[in-house]
Write a protein that binds this ligand. Structure first.
Ligand code: CUK
Ligand code: CUA
Length: 623
């Protein structure tokens, strides 16, 4: 080949290469531009300018951390961790006397399902209820202070996983159990499972004035496992519905043995009827609880078959239908309350199980929704336009479909494996259809790596249009199973605890501070204020206390700084103790001074320029 030809070919090659590079460059440039454009719109949707606040609170369960996580929506910024079932050194929750007693000696909890108190089927923003699958408790968080105010241990339960959910006017906070156990802490071998083990539903009430739980009654059901349940609304307001699995009574290797039957059940309970039974004295007392047995109490408990091993069941906002998500059967089943009521009215049952009349599937089922390739449906949420949204655990997506027609409208991927999702105002009679947050179990490579175990992830999805739009993802500590999202206008917090001169153990004037000895009990009535502790104003050193080794010491501390956000901490060096008093609050720390010596006391919560000076001494005289 001559040099000229070579040059010509090289030139042509160069031009072609240049063109290719240009095409690729411009194509990439365009793609980048498009992404930049859509990223900009997405960013604008979640950006909350300084000085403004998020529109919604998201209250997410903290799973086996036993805590409540509070997020702002749409920014997805975490605002607070509220300790519920687990002690929290930072706030001294579980250290001061009141919260220590409330925790009942337990040091962990497994919180799955938050439920905000309701009035007429709307979140009213007063309280949030929490279940503890780990140690059989129910708790209430006061949403005016975001502090846990009451907790009740539930007898006869084996992990109240399938709650909490509240009835329309918070008449009841319901908690069905996950694991069957013999009643009353009795012992029975696993061979006696079918006869001796029971599945129990706790129906608790909450007195908003006294901020106290009460166990109204328990429903004793067969030893099936109950899964996430819901309360009826409007026309179905007197009812609760619960999914079941392991109707096979498997006692080992559940993975296989509890998935044998093609159908399990949804249990329908008329709580109003049972309330009447209890009021009429028709109950048995077991381990301190009033119990109802469907073999003795007819006309209030029914079952309807459902595709095998369902996970969640959710009642539509208008209360006409309940939707079961299949878990193992890849579909959502829509059931009609009216059809169920008609079949009950006619007395048409296919069989009876443990005294529970079973309705025919065809009689109650309205529609099966089976989007192709959508696998592992777990939970259902709703918008304001008649649509349902299902999380698909296995195919990692949210499917939006129309409740009336069953038509699938849209599908969007999630990152990855969503359990629940939470829609804005989603569990009320009027969801507002703005946002949905997918609560994912797996984050994989979404965030900066922190080693083999990753955080969970949450996807924020805009559902205000026909098409869902994935806007952003945020990491979250393990593990929000469920969340509720409430509009900020419904939450009214206080800025300081009201000054109450009659409050037990409170001290408001410096001259009233004192140390009282009663046998080997020492009570210190003290004040915390910027920037000192006063244990006894009359003493030469008001910020030092001397006790004897072996004394039982009570520090009753009142924070008299009635100023927003001026919280004082109270740590005792080497005594492994810390608690806090929020503005206007009185708290007590009780302990035995068993270690002799000199122990500095200091404020652990940075409260003023002289925070470092806010300290004192505990002197423990040796025996
Ligand atoms: S359960 Cu966790 S994904 Cu405890 Cu509500 Cu369904
Ligand atoms: Cu009080 Cu720091």
């Amino acid at each position: 080949m001559n040099t000229n030809l070579k040059r010509v070919l090289a030139a042509i090659f160069g031009i072609v290469l240049g063109l290719l590079v240009a095409i690729v460059f411009f194509a990439d440039f365009n793609k980048g531009n498009q992404n930049a454009e859509s990223n900009k719109t997405k960013a604008e949707k979640v950006y909350v300018p300084y000085g403004e606040k998020d529109e919604y609170y998201m209250m997410a369960s903290g799973g086996h951390s036993g805590q409540l996580f509070v997020y702002g929506i749409p920014s997805m910024r975490k605002i607070r961790t509220v300790p519920v079932f687990t002690p929290d050194p930072a706030t001294g929750y579980g250290f001061d006397s009141a919260t220590k007693e409330m925790l009942g000696g337990f040091t962990w909890g497994d919180f799955h399902h938050p439920s905000i108190s309701e009035t007429d089927g709307e979140y009213d923003g007063e309280f949030l209820f929490a279940n503890d699958v780990g140690n059989n408790r129910v708790a209430a968080v006061d949403l005016s202070t975001f502090q846990t105010v009451d907790m009740m241990f539930l007898p006869n339960m084996g992990g109240p996983h399938a709650g909490v959910f509240v009835t329309e006017n918070t008449e009841y906070i319901a908690l069905p159990t996950r694991f069957a156990r013999p009643l009353g802490d009795a012992y029975a071998t696993l061979d006696e499972y079918e006869e001796e083990y029971k599945g129990v539903v706790s129906m608790t009430t909450f007195d908003r004035e006294a901020k106290k739980f009460d166990l109204a009654y328990q429903i004793v059901l067969p030893p099936w496992s109950y899964d996430l349940s819901d309360a009826g609304k409007k026309m179905s307001g007197d009812w609760i519905v619960m999914t079941t699995y392991n109707t096979e009574f498997a006692t080992t290797n559940l993975e296989i043995n509890a998935s044998q039957n093609d159908r399990d059940y949804i249990v329908l309970v008329n709580w109003k009827k049972l309330e009447e039974e209890v009021a009429a004295g028709n109950y048995d007392e077991v381990n301190g609880a009033k119990t109802i047995d469907p073999r003795k109490h007819k006309g209030a408990i029914y079952a309807v078959p459902v595709a095998k091993s369902p996970h969640g069941v959710d009642v539509t906002p208008d209360g006409t239908r309940f939707i079961a998500a299949g878990k193992l059967a890849p579909m959502m089943t829509v059931f009609s309350f009216q059809q169920a009521f008609d079949a009950i009215e006619k007395g048409e049952f296919v069989e009876e199980k443990y005294g529970i009349p079973v309705l025919a599937y065809e009689d109650v089922m309205e529609r099966e929704v089976d989007p192709p390739g959508a696998l592992g449906p777990l939970h259902t949420q709703f918008d304001d336009r008649g649509n349902a949204f299902n999380t698909m655990f296995i195919s990692s997506e949210i499917v939006k479909w129309n409740i009336e027609t069953g038509e699938v409208i849209d599908r969007t991927p999630t990152y990855f494996s969503p359990g629940h999702s939470a829609a804005t105002e989603g569990d009320t009679v009027s969801p507002d259809g703005k946002w949905i947050v997918a609560l994912n179990k797996i984050a994989k490579d979404n965030f900066l790596s922190v080693g083999p175990s990753h955080p969970e992830s949450m996807d924020l999805i805009d559902i205000s249009g026909d098409k869902m739009e994935h806007v952003m993802a945020a990491p979250v500590d393990p593990e929000p199973h469920y969340a509720q999202i409430i509009h900020r206008d419904k939450i009214e917090t206080i800025t300081v605890y009201p000054k109450d001169e009659d409050r037990k153990n409170s001290v408001w004037k410096q001259e009233d501070t004192r140390v009282e000895r009663n046998g080997n009990e020492v009570h210190i009535y003290g004040i915390a204020m910027r920037s000192k502790f006063i244990f006894d104003a009359k003493s030469e050193r008001p910020d030092a206390v001397t006790v004897k080794q072996g004394d039982r010491v009570f520090f009753h501390m009142t924070n008299i700084d009635l100023d927003q956000d001026i919280t004082h901490g109270f740590g005792i060096n080497e005594y492994d103790l810390n608690f806090e008093v929020q503005p206007g609050q009185t708290n007590t720390l009780e302990f035995v001074a068993d270690k002799p010596g000199v122990y500095p006391i200091y404020c652990t919560n940075f409260c003023s320029a002289l925070h470092q000076e806010m300290s004192g001494y505990l002197l423990v005289e040796p025996k």
